[in-house]
Structures are given as C-alpha cells and as structure tokens.
Design a protein around this ligand. Sequence first.
Ligand code: ATP
Ligand code: MG
Length: 442
Amino acid sequence: MTVFRQFADWLGRLLEPQPPARSLPQPAPDAGAAPVVPYQAPPAPAKPVRSRRAILHEVFDTGMPVANRAGLAGRANELERLLEAVLDHRKHGIIYGARGSGKTSLSRIFGDMADERGCLVLYNLASGDISFADLFRPYLHDIAAEPQSKVRRSEVEALLNEPFDARRLASLLADRVERRTILMLDEFDRVRSLETKAELAALMKLLSDMRSEVSIVTIGIAANLEDLIEGHPSLRRHLIAVPVGGLTPTDLDALLRRCLSRVELDITDDAAATIVSAAVGSPYHLRLFGLYAALQADIAGKSVIDGDIASRGLQVAFGEWRDVSRRNADLLLSQIDRPRAVALPAAIICLNAAMRSRIDRMEIIAELDEPNAAEQVDAMLATLSPILVESSTSGQYVFEDSLAPQFFLLLFTRRIAAGGTERGHGVGHDLRALLQDKGATQ
Ligand SMILES: Nc1ncnc2c1ncn2[C@@H]1O[C@H](COP(=O)(O)OP(=O)(O)OP(=O)(O)O)[C@@H](O)[C@H]1O
Ligand SMILES: [Mg+2]
C-alpha cells in the first residue's frame, strides 16, 4: 500500500461520522431489581470489500446481456426497424446473429421500449426437443395472470393439461387477448424439433391472418429464418428479419472508453484502435479484450493503457482461449504458416464470420476474387470443417466457437504471436486492406 493510500485511509477513518456514544442508564432507585440493559442492535455486517479485479470483471462482463438502454452501443437502426415493424405494422420478428453478437441485449432493450409504449412483453427461452405446447405454456400462464386479461383461467387450464396445436392456440390468443402483446422467444436456434418449428411458423401465420394483438419475436441464427418461412413462404410479408452484425469502430470505441471510464482507466488512441480492430465488430470481443488490457494495466500499476499493455492483454487472452479451446486453436494455428493462397481464404472466412452473422461460400468466393477462388475456398472449408457448423441452408456455416475467427485474424495480421514467437506469412497487408474496406480497422 502506498504512503498516499495509507494516509487517505487514515484520514477517511478520522472523518467518518461516529455513532453517538450511548450512556448506560442510571441504576433504578430500587437497588434490588435487576438492572435493565437497553437492547443494542448487533453491529451491521461489514460490506464485503470487492477487489479491483472483481470490479474490472463486473464492468467488462461478457456473460450478461446489456440491461439498459444507456449500456447498448449502436443498434439504433435495428431498434428503429423492430419498433416500426412490430409495434406499428404488427409484424412478427426474427432477430438473428452469431453467438455473442448481442441478440439478447438488443431484444431486451426492444422489449423495454415496447413495454414503455404500453405493450405486454413476455420472455421465454427455448430448448432442444421442446414440444410446441411446452414452449407456449409459460406464456399462457403469464397472459392469464395479467390483471386486465380476458383470458379465463379455465381456458388456460384446458391447454395446460392437454397437448394443443398452433390453430387452437392462435384462436385463443386472437379471440381473447385485447392488449398489444409481444412474445419474445430467445435461443430459438436450440430448438431441434422440426414439428415445433413448423407449428411456430403456422402460429405466426394464423395470428397475422386473424389480425391478432399478439406478435412473436424469435431470437436465433440466420438459418432459423429459413426454418420459419420454409413451409409458409407468405410469412415473409408478416415478418421482419433483423440481422445483428458487427458494430462500427466508432461504436466499439465509445463502448471501450465508457467501460474504462467506469474503472478510472485511460487509454491512448493507438491502444484503443488496437483493441477495436481486434474485436472486428463484436461487442463481446471488445469487452473481453478490454478486460484483458485493463487487467494488464492493473498488474503493471498503470492508470493508462498504452499500445504495449493492449498487446499484452491480447496475447494473454489468446493464451487462455488456446488452453480451453485446443481443437479450434490447433486447427487455425496449423493454417497460419501455410502459403498465401491457402491462408488468405481462411482469413476471409474468419472475417466474414466475425463481421456478419454467417459464412456464405458464394460471398467468400466473390471476395477472394481470384481465378481459382472456388477451389481455394472449398479446400479451406473442407480443412476447417471439424470446427464449422453447417447451416440447413447449403453453403452457409458458423464457427462452433465464436471466439475462433477473431483470434485467427489477430494471428494472421501479426497483432499477436502464436506460442510466444512471432509468426505469420507476410500477407497481413492484404487482409488489412480488406479490413479497411469493411470498416473494421481505423
Ligand atoms: N450493443 C451492445 N453494446 C454493448 N455491449 C453489448 C452489445 N451487444 C452485446 N453486448 C455485450 O456482449 C456480450 C454478449 O451479448 P448478448 O448476450 O446479448 O449476445 P447474444 O448474441 O445473445 O449471445 P448468445 O448467442 O450467446 O446468446 C454481453 O457481455 C453484452 O453485454
Ligand atoms: Mg443470447
């Protein structure tokens, strides 16, 4: 502890208001009676002191969706589109994007705004083999519990105890729900049952046809859009699809500085640019890399994050990711030293995975823009197949580990070194130009 800190603590204690001293009651005149001891409340338990590290983890928390509007960076356009389509035009919605892209955060803030406009907003989480009826029962409970609801308990009771299909549910919701109601269904991508997906699509269509007050907003991945419209192409007219892609460098920079100011850390412009470009659009990665830089500053006892500290933070973040995600890391590392023609398609695949919500084979081929681009891209997709998940739409993929693309790009552009020694095949410049085009670097 520094002398300054000791002095500040000591002074703090001196200036703290002390509780007024209690004087013991005078003994009662009757000397024989037991003295009355006044009740003294036990001392309030000391507030647990949170360590500086705990505060850093809390501020940069990558595990919690954004809880209030002030904390949401960017997304004004997405919010506006959702509000207009769902609230004004009574459409259903699908919010989709890569893991950690900020889907739940966006949907929460949208829900809050819809609530402020008088809607009843109800949330539920989907899971693997859930049936259609099980997915919707919790909403029915909540709708029936709503004070002004016209839905009678007995009507819900019937559905709680027996299976029901989309038609029966749609009739109940369309006939009995008079308040504008939005059912938000998060983690829709976890639903495996084709029957549940088909019933959900049918429910959306029926609710629209019956001009119901109920809209459904699902939150998932790109392939879920195809899942929904596959059996009901006309659903397109009743649905708004909002992709959650990368944030702009300006929004990421503002987010980084906002988090840092909460922990009283400053950052140089070049260090901020390093972290922002490393995140390649992802608020999740921005928070993660910001956290590692802040921890490094803490270890070094610095109040300003400079380029060195930022790079060290990235290196430590990479090391920790490699330890928990060996299979992904080893496969990507094995591509770094390969010839340019092999490594560049991998970088473009990673760039797409990071910036957009999916990898699209045709887009990658167009971006590579070389005579034998299709062969190169197909060869790399085959190489990476153990760590890619193919979508139900052919030619589209996502990484099973959403951290992988950003780390590959960091290695590729030599922002970090694999295994301590700097490697890389010298084509970082090509990618930097590409990144520049896409606004991912400053
Ligand atoms: N627009 C944003 N502004 C600031 N932070 C954000 C934003 N979007 C997401 N985050 C942060 O990124 C992390 C991931 O966000 P969130 O949980 O919303 O993503 P998700 O797409 O729902 O993830 P998953 O696919 O795992 O469900 C969280 O720490 C969240 O606070
Ligand atoms: Mg989520």
